[in-house]
Design a protein around this ligand. Structure first.
Ligand code: TXA
Ligand code: MG
Length: 310
């Protein structure tokens, strides 16, 4: 449990331009005052993140979101009404008050109201929106516990708030409402169907292809150090070396096997923690049984595909 005084100290550090890692319902974030360009610059530096990759700004209310977005279309109001606070990021035209460094020079800003009580309390206490990417080094596995953050960035942040394991386990769904048609930029727990029930047909950006049409859409992302293979039913495990088999349906008698949850939400919740765990075992490969290619599994499949592209 985090005490009031710890929260107050974290809020004070953020106001002074320091970095604070904090839990959200999706993954842990590396937070800075989104209106302080120098503080935000330190996020890029600490993560080793290219300056072409825009950050998500976390707000405590729709009112705060509207102070940052230049437009608030009906679809934004409806989606926020349904899913905020929650694991959904809306990309909208930005107001000049949002520093260019936050959006990597784009005229749009990604906005999200996180569900976790602690993150909301922190934004409220800091009295300012918080820019926060996942609290990992660029390209590596996202953190779902405070310990993951400590291992990756421990000596580089002013404070790490420990709120226990993240509930959702994979990053928020990102939808752009800034163009003529809504575009799904990153799948997550809020599904394409969920979005389409409000907006009508959305375009889906395929981020697994070589080039990335939008800044920050790097195909190689969320990668363990150990090579990861995504295996369809029927394909065999590598003959060489020692590895781990993360399966849904079929154990194979591999020396290291982990049964993964069979529901998409349960799978997402433990995915990064399991990958962090087996990645630390010095194996030659991690083989993962490919989950079904359905709407509910889209978020998990996206992270696995990209973990496999390293
Ligand atoms: O669940 C989450 O969203 C977590 C927690 C901490 O809230 N944050 C997170 O941030 O995943 P990050 O920086 O790891 O991913 C942000 C992604 C960018 O890579 C980019 O794809 C998209 O959000 N994004 C942010 N702003 C954007 C913009 N203006 N236009 C297009 N995409 C944007
Ligand atoms: Mg990230």
């Amino acid at each position: 449990m985090i005490s009031r005084s710890e929260l107050r100290r974290a809020a004070e550090l953020l106001r002074r331009g320091e970095l604070v890692a904090f839990p959200t319902e999706t993954v842990y974030g590396l937070g800075a005052n989104a209106l302080d360009a120098a503080a935000v610059a330190r996020i890029y530096q600490v993560k080793g993140r290219p300056s072409t990759s825009p950050l998500i700004v976390h707000v405590d209310s729709i009112e705060m979101a509207r102070r940052l977005a230049a437009e608030w279309p009906d679809t934004a109001a409806k989606l926020a009404g349904l899913w905020w606070p929650g694991p959904l990021t809306l990309v909208l035209p930005k107001r000049p008050i949002v520093p260019d460094i936050v959006t990597a020079g784009l005229p749009t800003v990604g906005l999200r109201m996180p569900a976790a009580g602690l993150a909301l309390d922190l934004i409220r206490m800091a009295g300012t929106p918080l820019a926060a990417p996942s609290a990992n080094r660029f390209g590596e596995l996202s953190p779902t516990t405070a310990e993951h953050v400590r291992r990756a960035l421990g000596d580089k942040v002013a404070m790490i708030l420990d709120g226990g394991p993240a509930e959702v386990g994979i990053e928020s769904t990102v939808v752009s409402l800034a163009g003529p048609k809504p575009v799904l930029l990153r799948p997550g727990q809020v599904t394409r169907q969920d979005i389409e029930s409000i907006t009508g047909p959305v375009e889906v950006q395929d981020r697994t292809e070589g080039s990335h049409p939008s800044p920050g859409m790097h195909p190689r992302h969320y990668c363990p150090h150990t090579p990861l293979l995504l295996l369809s039913q029927g394909s065999s495990l590598p003959q060489e070396g020692r590895g781990a088999w993360l399966y849904l349906s079929t154990p194979r008698g591999c020396h290291r096997e982990l049964a993964m949850p069979r529901d998409a939400a349960g799978y997402a919740r433990v995915l990064y923690a399991r990958l962090h765990e087996v990645d630390a075992e010095g194996l030659d490969w991690i083989a993962v049984e490919r989950p079904p290619d359905t709407v509910e599994w889209a978020g998990v499949l996206d992270r696995l595909r990209r973990a496999a592209s390293g």
